[in-house]
Design a protein around this ligand. Sequence first.
Ligand code: PRP
Length: 212
Amino acid sequence: MNNDALLRIAVTKGRLLEKSIGMFERAGADCAALRAPGRRLTLPVLGNIPFEVVLAKAPDVITYVEHGVCDFGIVGKDTILELGSSFYEVLDLRFGACRFVLAVPDGTDFFGGLRHRTVATKYPNVTRNFLEKKGVDADIVKIEGSVELAPILGLADGIVDIVETGGTLRENGLAPIEDVAYVSARLIANIAAVKTKKALVTDFINMCKGAL
Ligand code: PRP
C-alpha cells in the first residue's frame, strides 16, 4: 500500500498530461521534474502539498487507484465509462473535453435497413451498451488504436470513438452521426484513501478545484 504521509497521483500520459501539469502549476506547485521526465515514470511535485506523480496509460491509472497504490488518478471519462468504477469520481476537471461519437463513412445510412452491422472501437463495453439502447444489432470489433482505419479497410460500417478537433474523422472521410457521451478529464480517488488520508485528500481536492 501507499505511504501514509505522501499522496501519489496517477496521471494519464499523452493529451491529459500537459493540462494536468498546467493545473498543478496554477495551484503553485513546482513541476520541474514532471516537465523534464526523461524516461522516469515516477516524479516528485513540490509545493504546499508535495506529491508524487505516476505516469501511466489510462486503463492503468484506474487499476492503480482501485488497488490503492495511487491515492488519486487523472483519467478521461471515456476510460471510466468503459472500465467501470470501484473508486470515487471526485471532480470534473473540465479539460480534455471531447465528444464520444458514433461515426460512419460520410453519406452512408448506418441505421437504414435490416442488415447486420459491424462497429469498430477501442471501447467495446460503451459501444455495446449504446447500440443495445438504440436497438441496433451489431458485431463489435475491438481495435487498439487508429480506429478510423476499420471502415476504410472495409472491416466495419462505423466506429465509436472520441473526437477532439474532428480532424481525424474528416481527413478519413467519416462523419459523426450520434453522440454517445460527453467526455472530459476526471479526478478519481481511492475509496480507502478518502478515509485514511482525509486531511491530505481534502487539501488536494481543494487545490485542484482552486486551479480549475
Ligand atoms: C484519438 C481518437 C481519434 C483521435 C481524435 O486517438 O481515438 O483517433 O484522437 O482526435 P481529433 O478529433 O483531434 O482528430 P489518439 O490520438 O489518442 O490515438 P489512437 O487512435 O492511436 O489511440
